[in-house]
Design a protein around this ligand. Sequence first.
Ligand code: HEM
Ligand SMILES: *[C@@H]1O[C@H](CO)[C@@H](O)[C@H](O)[C@H]1NC(C)=O
Ligand SMILES: *[C@@H]1O[C@H](CO)[C@@H](O)[C@H](O)[C@H]1NC(C)=O
Ligand SMILES: *[C@@H]1O[C@H](CO)[C@@H](O)[C@H](O)[C@H]1NC(C)=O
Ligand SMILES: *[C@@H]1O[C@H](CO)[C@@H](O)[C@H](O)[C@H]1NC(C)=O
Ligand SMILES: *[C@@H]1O[C@H](CO)[C@@H](O)[C@H](O)[C@H]1NC(C)=O
Ligand SMILES: *[C@@H]1O[C@H](CO)[C@@H](O)[C@H](O)[C@H]1NC(C)=O
Ligand SMILES: *[C@@H]1O[C@H](CO)[C@@H](O)[C@H](O)[C@H]1NC(C)=O
Ligand SMILES: *[C@@H]1O[C@H](CO)[C@@H](O)[C@H](O)[C@H]1NC(C)=O
Ligand SMILES: *[C@@H]1O[C@H](CO)[C@@H](O)[C@H](O)[C@H]1NC(C)=O
Ligand SMILES: *[C@@H]1O[C@H](CO)[C@@H](O)[C@H](O)[C@H]1NC(C)=O
Ligand SMILES: *[C@@H]1O[C@H](CO)[C@@H](O)[C@H](O)[C@H]1NC(C)=O
Ligand SMILES: *[C@@H]1O[C@H](CO)[C@@H](O)[C@H](O)[C@H]1NC(C)=O
Length: 344
Amino acid sequence: MSSSTISMLLMLLVASLAACDAALTVGFYNDTCPSAEQLVLQAVTDAFANNSGIAPGLIRMHFHDCFVRGCDGSVLIDSTANNTAEKDSPANFPSLRGFEVIDAAKAAVEAQCPQTVSCADILAFAARDSAVLSGNISYDVPSGRRDGLISNATEATDNLPRFNFTATQLVDNFSAKNLTAEDMVTLSGAHSIGVSHCSSFGNRLYNASNTTGIDPTISSAYGQLLRLRCPFNVSANDSRTASLDIITPDVLDNRYYVGLTLNLGLLTSDHALTTNDTLATMVNDNVNNGTAWAVKFAEAMVKMGNIEVKEGTEGEIRTNCRVINSASSDSVIETLLGYDHASS
Ligand code: HEM
Ligand SMILES: *[C@@H]1O[C@H](CO)[C@@H](O)[C@H](O)[C@H]1NC(C)=O
Ligand SMILES: *[C@@H]1O[C@H](CO)[C@@H](O)[C@H](O)[C@H]1NC(C)=O
Ligand SMILES: *[C@@H]1O[C@H](CO)[C@@H](O)[C@H](O)[C@H]1NC(C)=O
Ligand SMILES: *[C@@H]1O[C@H](CO)[C@@H](O)[C@H](O)[C@H]1NC(C)=O
Ligand SMILES: *[C@@H]1O[C@H](CO)[C@@H](O)[C@H](O)[C@H]1NC(C)=O
Ligand SMILES: *[C@@H]1O[C@H](CO)[C@@H](O)[C@H](O)[C@H]1NC(C)=O
Ligand SMILES: *[C@@H]1O[C@H](CO)[C@@H](O)[C@H](O)[C@H]1NC(C)=O
Ligand SMILES: *[C@@H]1O[C@H](CO)[C@@H](O)[C@H](O)[C@H]1NC(C)=O
Ligand SMILES: *[C@@H]1O[C@H](CO)[C@@H](O)[C@H](O)[C@H]1NC(C)=O
Ligand SMILES: *[C@@H]1O[C@H](CO)[C@@H](O)[C@H](O)[C@H]1NC(C)=O
Ligand SMILES: *[C@@H]1O[C@H](CO)[C@@H](O)[C@H](O)[C@H]1NC(C)=O
Ligand SMILES: *[C@@H]1O[C@H](CO)[C@@H](O)[C@H](O)[C@H]1NC(C)=O
């Protein structure tokens, strides 16, 4: 074998390794759909003008997408007769909100560039736009994600952290996604906006065995106030809510951490960040420098947005964010032929 053949083989090897290791890129749609990010921003801005709760809704939706089968838009899929999808796990239903905003953004993008921009990328852009609108926190979103073909409710329940988790359980769930304890504390700052339903913090207001005990680790005055809003043993679909950050409930900022140090964290899992010395030091750092937290938050959102992404020819570009393409084209064919291929 000549040395030029060897060096050519080496070059091919390097090229194929690089292809395997493809990464998301900022401006992935520059050539194929230059207005994509602008169209998503417009849809999110319109929805936010009507209801500012859309911002926390979309930031949480991106998180819940990324923690289950990676950031692949699986959280957007609707359940079918055969499949209970992620969005119908108790971890997401009925509290996850903003699906109609993703639909509107997708419709606008499809009108300009059909079957080009993934639902997973639209959600990642929308979460960033939400951070801009609620906190003037902006960052470039690397894109090129492909949409997944599977959405399973049980996987959402198993992978998403719960409201009553301990510090160790929280760190473990993030580490299962290759996120550090510091990433976990930084990203928890998203609880600086948005709300929780009574069912997610009622455990702190009433002792499970009797209705008199308020959790001693929440400010008792705050606990009394919250009781006025939430009766004992409220059902999961009760619509009553409280703000996650009582200090600046609608601004994405570091006040959430200030609240934690005053026992004003709403969820057991929020308070948990103060129960471990290492995590508590990070909380205090965020109290002391909101600018530094905002920088870390932007970086951690990008890192979270990279979890197990599908690229290249993996998955698909969904036409309707709620439906797998193969499923919808199968049903179109079934309708046209008047026959059910699955039973044949
Ligand atoms: C650290 C572990 C976490 C736990 C245990 C947790 C748990 C929860 C719970 C129980 C709620 C309230 C749901 C309800 O009852 O309505 C909530 C809301 C929220 N979460 Fe988390 N979360 C965590 C981390 C995160 C992360 C990493 C993000 C995003 C980066 C995030 C963003 C949000 C937002 C924005 C809301 C408000 C949603 C709305 O207003 O619609 N959370 N979270
Ligand atoms: C897309 O354009 C932006 C702005 O000009 C640039 O920063 C980015 O690197 C470009 N990305 C690609 C993949 O072309
Ligand atoms: C505006 O927000 C409310 C909830 O606050 C919602 O019911 C309504 O559908 C929204 N309207 C539009 C046009 O998005
Ligand atoms: C938003 O942030 C940018 C840069 O980070 C800054 O120049 C601008 O003044 C901020 N806008 C507001 C309204 O605070
Ligand atoms: C959903 O995931 C669970 C847990 O991994 C698994 O046991 C179950 O078989 C899955 N369901 C479907 C329909 O694939
Ligand atoms: C998250 O933590 C809970 C509680 O420790 C655990 O049951 C679950 O398996 C964890 N999930 C992952 C994906 O690590
Ligand atoms: C959290 O609540 C569930 C029941 O909803 C319970 O099984 C679990 O033990 C609780 N976890 C902790 C750490 O208290
Ligand atoms: C975490 O990193 C390991 C080692 O690089 C990798 O094998 C694994 O797939 C990653 N897990 C996730 C959820 O990204
Ligand atoms: C709740 O009340 C029961 C019965 O009075 C008591 O045994 C238990 O320790 C209390 N739990 C908490 C968390 O206060
Ligand atoms: C109910 O629980 C609270 C807090 O745990 C406790 O102080 C109180 O004694 C309990 N009451 C009864 C009747 O068990
Ligand atoms: C606190 O959390 C850190 C980071 O996960 C961990 O290394 C440490 O062991 C924890 N400390 C205690 C006392 O649990
Ligand atoms: C806060 O953090 C920013 C960004 O990291 C840094 O430039 C600034 O010096 C810090 N301020 C203080 C008071 O430490
Ligand atoms: C879904 O379930 C229905 C009823 O059990 C069945 O007729 C249909 O073929 C299934 N479709 C798919 C795609 O598996």
